[in-house]
Design a protein around this ligand. Structure first.
Ligand SMILES: NC(=O)C[C@H](N)C(=O)O
Length: 491
């Protein structure tokens, strides 16, 4: 048995039946991480001492038959913008290099209560701004399928770690695609839940009206299980929704006969690679063979979503990141003579180039004279896209499309061209602008052996339908065997 190949559910069963001990699981995964993560770069911090200690405590409970908690002994990785009490939470930024939160995010409280074991904090684009994890202040992440390729971003460390077999699941955050696009690039499953389903309390804010935390796993069932466990409101996140039904696994196996799926022509049009288009069309055939109908539709305003997103997200970022002033949190510049100089030096030295670019853009967009022309127009576009998608959902159960326009690109290929990088988010952004749930699952491999991701978008709070369709699709196509055979290059 290779422990690193096991899913959350398989590990759980083996621990419950006492076939393996939590400490064996944790030990085997740390061995794997230590053998190859120097190359992959998925972790910024390893919680080894604490994790081993916790595993030993759970070993004892296992012996005493007290295996409580739905994730008893299951290792996890957490994106480094999710607050973990007394444990570094850097957002992959120099600004927060030494920051240890004094509290746990709601999702961490829930996972800790489930008896999951924190293996470490995962690398990302600085403050979640990026699509390749090349914007991390500390180091790049390499794609476990091909170490010349990016893992996607911004949750690149979280997706790479799941693909590499370092952890059976991770949490990422998704503002414009940051869970789904890296999941697609790394051949794993990533869900951005409906805005409000998961509490954002303790997620370091980037763009608060778009941010959601979501699970990254190797299969659909694990994903549904983790979302069930992290869902729920918190009184310190007024946008989180209380009392939603979350028993996603109950109907996950439902027959798809009669399901109506829409395939917007803009999602397979300009800018989408031939390989990706072919993979989506093949997936549409698979859904048809499973009894669903798939029809081509249109979301005419798709072409404006990237501009609208980057205006709105940057505006919110410029406001949210104002708190990093060298007084209250994090990095403090030395040698400033005046308060203003202290702010300037701290922010100039503490933030990387992409974060600065967005703060500048956002500040410009929100300034008098530009606000109406840019910010208000972007918000209007957001309304239009929501209307167009809502209309589709009055007729269809799900919207289908690719997750990203191309398979993973090479490290360095787009890092000098921001617009090219931004355009990569075309297909993931609509779900963020509208708050709708969306999942990425593997749908193929490119000629060069890189994974291709398929995206299923649902109406608000329709995660159940997404998981159902994804589960049935996964029975027809998955990369589970290929994932098991990934040979991590050790340098
Ligand atoms: N944060 C995200 O969801 C990723 C998106 N590419 C961005 O840079 O904003």
């Amino acid at each position: 048995m290779n422990i690193h190949e096991l899913t959350v559910e398989a590990l759980y069963d083996k621990i419950q039946s006492k076939e393996i001990k939590p400490s064996e699981v944790v030990g085997a995964l740390f061995d794997r991480i230590e053998a190859s993560d120097e190359t992959i770069g998925s972790f910024l911090f390893l919680n080894k001492e604490e994790a081993l200690k916790q595993a030993q405590t759970l070993d004892q409970l296992q012996e005493e038959d007290k295996m409580d908690g739905p994730l008893f002994g299951i290792p996890m990785g957490i994106k480094d913008n999710i607050c973990t009490k007394d444990i570094l939470t850097t957002c992959a930024s120099r600004m927060l290099e030494d920051f240890k939160p004094v509290y746990d995010a709601t999702v961490m409280e829930k996972l800790n209560d489930s008896n999951a074991i924190l293996m470490g904090k995962q690398n990302m684009d600085e403050f979640a701004m990026g699509s390749s994890t090349e914007n991390s202040y500390f180091k790049n992440v390499r794609n476990p399928w091909d170490t010349n390729a990016v893992p996607g971003g911004s949750s690149g460390g979280s997706a790479a770690a799941v693909a590499a077999g370092y952890v059976p699941f991770s949490l990422g955050s998704d503002t414009g695609g940051s869970v789904r696009q890296p999941a697609a690039f790394c051949g794993v499953v990533g869900m951005k839940p409906t805005y409000g389903r998961v509490s954002r309390y303790g997620l370091v804010a980037f763009a608060s009206s778009l941010d959601q935390i979501g699970p990254i796993t190797r299969n659909v069932r694990d994903n549904a299980k983790i979302l069930e466990l992290i869902s729920g409101t918190h009184n310190k996140d007024a946008t989180s929704v209380p009392d939603l039904a979350t028993d996603f696994l109950k109907n996950i196996d439902k027959d798809l006969t009669g399901m109506k799926i829409a395939l917007p022509k803009e999602f397979i049009g300009e800018g989408i690679s031939e390989e990706v288009e072919a993979s989506v069309k093949k997936a549409a055939e698979t859904f048809r063979s499973l009894g669903a109908t798939v029809e081509e539709v249109s979301i005419p305003h798709t072409k404006y979503v990237v501009s609208a997103y980057y205006l709105i997200a940057s505006s919110e970022a410029s406001s949210n990141l104002a708190r990093f002033d060298g007084i209250r949190y994090g990095y403090k510049a030395e040698g400033a003579e005046t308060l203003e100089e202290h702010y300037k030096k701290t922010r100039a030295e503490g933030f990387g180039p992409e974060v600065k670019r967005r703060i500048l853009l956002g500040t410009f967009v929100l300034s008098a004279g530009h606000y109406d022309q840019h910010y208000i127009r972007a918000q209007k576009l957001r309304g239009v896209i929501e209307k167009e998608m809502k209309e589709l959902f009055s007729e269809y159960d799900l919207i289908l499309g690719p997750t990203a326009p191309t398979p993973a690109f090479n490290i360095g290929e787009k890092s000098e061209d921001q617009l090219e990088m931004y355009k990569d988010d075309l297909l993931t952004i609509p779900a963020n602008l509208t708050g709708m749930p969306a999942l990425s699952i593997p749908s193929g491999l490119s000629a060069s052996g890189r994974p291709i991701g398929l995206q299923l978008i649902g109406d608000h709070f329709e995660e159940q339908k997404i998981y159902n369709a994804a589960f049935k699709f996964e029975e027809q196509f998955n990369l589970h065997e290929e994932l098991k055979q990934l040979k991590l290059e050790v340098r």
